[in-house]
Every structure is written in C-alpha cells, then in structure tokens.
Write a protein that binds this ligand. Sequence first.
Ligand code: XMP
Length: 521
Amino acid sequence: MSLDNNLSKILIIDFGSQFTQLIARRIRELGVFSEIVSHKKINKKLIKKQNIKGLILSGGPLNVYEKDKFNFDKNLLKIGIPILGICFGHQILSKTLGGKVKKSNHREFGLAEIKKVSNSQLTKNFFNNKNKNNVWMSHADQVSKMPINFKIIASSKNSKLTIIENVKEKYYGVQFHPEVTHTNKGKILLRNFLFFICKVKKNWSSKDQKLKLINQIKEQVGNNKVICGLSGGVDSSVVAQLISKAIGKNLTCIFVNNGLLRKNEEAQVVKTFKKKLKINLVYVNAEKEFIKKLKNVSDPEKKRKIIGNLFIKIFERYAKKIKNVKFLAQGTLYPDLIESKSVTGSQTSKIKSHHNVGGLPKKMKLKLVEPLKFLFKDEVRKLGLELNLSKDIISRHPFPGPGLAIRMPGNITIHKLKILKEADYYFINELKKSHLYDKIWQAYAALLPVKTVGVMGDNRTYEYICLLRAITSEDGMTADFFNFSKEFMQSVSNQIINNIRGINRVVYDVTSKPPSTIELE
Ligand code: XMP
C-alpha cells in the first residue's frame, strides 16, 4: 500500500512504539512525505520499488534478543539509504552492525540530560551553549558495545552511547525519542537527518496534496458517479469538496438528518454545501424515523446499533435512487489504516461500537474512494483550508455518529433533545466568545436522566441535571479535562439555568480518559 511509488519519501519501519505515528507526523510537518510500514511487511525488494530517501527504525516494546518476535531484514542496511534508529531502532541497528545490547543498570524514563562528545551533521544546532540538551528517554535496555566503525556523538549519565553515527555508511542511532515534544529541539534533529543527511527535497504541503488528490480521484473515478455520506464534520466535508473539485456534478452527497444533531446543524450543512459550494446534495429528513425507532431504548449499545442500522437503511434507500453509481466515498484517515497498529499483539477489548457515516453499505457492491487515507487529522484540517472550506467546518470539534443520543443516558424524547440542543448551544457559544473553543479538543453538554430539586425565585423546581464535558487530547485515545476559571463556569451555568426550562443544575465532568471515555455512552 502506497500513495505513490514515485513520490520521494522517508519510510518508517514500525516495531510497535506508541510514538511511531508521531515520527511520521513530525516529518510531514517538516514538509516531507513519510509512510509507516510494519517490520513484518518490509524487505529489500519492496524498498527498491519505491523512491525512499531515508529509513527510520522506530522504537518498540521488544528486546533485540527476542528474535522470534520480530523481523529485521539485514539486507535493508546494504541499500545505501541513510538510516536513523530511534530507541529500539537504535538498539537493533547497533546489534546488527556488531554492537551489543544489554539491560540497563539504570532504566531511563522521562527527561534526561545528554552531553555532546563530538560534532555531527545530525546534531547541528541541537545542543545549548553548554553543549547539553534535555531529551525524552523511555528504555530499559541500552547499547553496551559500540557497533563497528561508529563513533559517539553524545552521552547521558546512564548510557554512554546515546547518539552514535557511522558517517561513511550514513547510519545514525539515538537512544531517546526526538519525535516527542518533551525532547528539546527534537524537530531540529529530525530536520538535520532529512535535509543534511538524506538530502531530501520538500514535497509535502497542503497545496501539493490538493492537486495530487484531485488528479488521483479523476484517474480512479473517470466519468462514473460517486456518492458520499456527508455528516458536516471535517473529514466528510473535505472528502466531498475534493471529489466535487475533481468530478463536479458526478458527485452526489447524502446528508441524513437523524434528529440527533446539534442546534441548527442541518441548516448549516445545507447552506454550506448546497447553496455555497454548489455540491449536489440530497437532504434526507429522517428525524421522525429515528426517534420512533429509539423510543424507550436506554441501553447504550442498543441505541448505537439502532442508529447505525437505520442509517444504512436510509442511506441505501436514497443511494439506489441515484442511477449508475459506481463509487462510494469515505473519510478513512491514515491512523485507521496503519497496518502495524497491533504490532505489540495486544487485543483491546471492545468498549463501544463506533458508528460513522462512511464504510457502511458493503452490500451495495460499490467501489471505495478514500482520498484521505494517507492523511492525519491535522493534515486534513490544513487541506480543508486549502480547499476554501470555512474555519467553522475545519476547526469543528469531533461529533460522534450517534450524535446526541449518546449524550443523553436513558431514553430519548423530543422534549429532552430540545433541552439538550439549547444547553449545548449556550456552552459552545460561550467557549467561542471566550476564545477557548480552539484550545479544547472536544466539548459538549449532556443531559443526565435524573431530576433534582432546586429553588428559583421563591419556587421549588424539580428538573434535569446538565453535565458539561470539555477535554484536551492529541487524538481522542486519551484525554484530560479542561481547567476552566470559576468565572467562566459561573457564566455558562447562569446562562443555561436562566435560559432553558428543564434544567436547574449544571455539573462539570472532571474525569480524564482513561478511566472515563469522552462520550457518556
Ligand atoms: P470515546 O467516548 O470512545 O470517544 O472516548 C472518542 C472519540 O470518538 C468519538 N466517538 C465517535 N465517533 N462514531 C464516531 O464517528 C461513534 O460512534 C463515536 N463514538 C465516540 C467521540 O466523540 C470522541 O471524539
């Protein structure tokens, strides 16, 4: 699997590090295309078929002597392409080239100070004026004997061979993680590797991507028709706009209003895509159908299944009305695809059955168009700007497929939905007014299925609790709750209570993920 074999790139061989995706992102941020491939799936022959300018061997939870647990084709070292080994990658490179690796006497986890020993192109502008730098370590093993013809560039107190190189062969090894932000000037080290050592040219900007992707879509689709499930979120919006630029009226987007959307969302989607961007859009108002099917259902998994299944049914119903469709467009992203995700062999238990608008109607025998499958989320956002989508769409917080249904534990009623839409609207508006919206990864209001007693004026009230959630996160896999000021919380709480009938108490969720999840159900 590859975007384009002619495109020059840096290939990252993944040994299962939690930071592998970060390496790829950092390199792309530096303007160079990079791809990740599992150590199980790469060999010299495959490398030779592509235009690879540099190899990076990632970290990983393995030990270099556990040979049965990983593959490393020694021939990769003989192709003449510069190689940078990071953490485990440094150890496997060293061991393969005649060095030794052993358990560290002192494991290093977290920040460590390293000191320069010799000059190197790799570390140009990397050390401070005392020839030191703080780097992020995470290792229990270390290189204990230098591989043949290498020299030391930097050492830490606990590991002498922290940065090593063999300039002639263009082999470089670092025991720490330059890709994580905690490593001071880590990006400079990666930049040096790319531009001084691999001598690669910049080839990865939003403009490059836009042109390349539009051409690819034209090539793949030809004069055939494409349908696309549009949710109004950033991924499906970017997909729709890309395909529309490539094939114009041969694209039809289907937007299903399931009644579980945020306030005014359906009107905004129709206004943007149909009126402003002039995209063929079929608007399906299926509010009643969804609410009817969800009546008296309070089990979270049942809700998700009902919504997912009904969505497929309705999507198929409308898709069939469009004649001669050959392709279905989806907003699949690179992290969904990376083959080596389970390289460590860990099988995560199923927490929730996620439902997204794409990828559903397999039975329809349509071929897939997945223009974003080589992009990370932040790249999709930049591409969206390049495609003239409004900032409102681009920087929108993620919104789950099952929508407000999973922000309303218990049964779903039109009355409760109305209350929740208003509460969410006040919260999000206040975040925008206070310039906090873009600092937060995701924020929403939820309606809890309990009523509590309050007093308003001189009267007793007995109404619902509104829960507010706001988190910071890199990718939604882990999250921390956002720290609001008392004034902000007070203002939101007052607005919700004063303006919305049906809520008399506002609470803030102060749990991280884990142990909680971001959504309530
Ligand atoms: P959780 O609740 O699993 O959410 O911590 C992680 C991220 O995923 C979003 N989410 C979904 N997105 N379909 C989606 O497209 C779903 O069924 C779904 N469930 C959760 C959630 O909003 C958060 O951003």
